[in-house]
Design a protein around this ligand. Structure first.
Ligand code: SF4
Ligand code: SF4
Length: 102
């Protein structure tokens, strides 16, 4: 058995709960009127969930929206909400009830 440091570094580390780990899923909520189209949320999303919308808000800014085919890709890491200077985007757990109970 190879017990060198090099062998230890080559051994992939695995979380002990890997078999039961559940990847969180999120739902993206955008407040278009607040958006200034800085694109921070789009650039920082590790899952490439977001793109600039074709539509603009009343000031002409192209707010983010979920990209086609990425509807199930948000992992609710909340980086987008963290970097947004306008508090125009946030996420909730995918299984959270809709706002207003609808
Ligand atoms: S919560 Fe994370 S994965 Fe989901 S859209 Fe925001 S940055 Fe992307
Ligand atoms: S980070 Fe905020 S202000 Fe910037 S594009 Fe995203 S939602 Fe708009």
């Amino acid at each position: 058995m190879d017990t060198t440091v090099g062998a230890a570094l080559r051994t992939p580390r695995r979380p002990v709960n890997l078999p039961t780990a559940r990847v969180p899923r999120g739902r993206v909520l955008v407040i278009p009127a607040r958006c200034k189209a800085c694109n921070y949320c789009i650039e920082f999303c590790p899952q490439d969930v977001l793109v600039a919308s074709a539509d603009g808000n009343a000031k002409g800014y192209h707010y983010p929206e979920v990209a086609a085919g990425k509807e199930e890709s948000c992992v609710h890491c909340q980086f987008c909400a963290l970097v947004c200077p306008e508090m125009a985007i946030f996420t909730v757990p995918a299984d959270a009830p809709a706002v207003g109970g609808g």
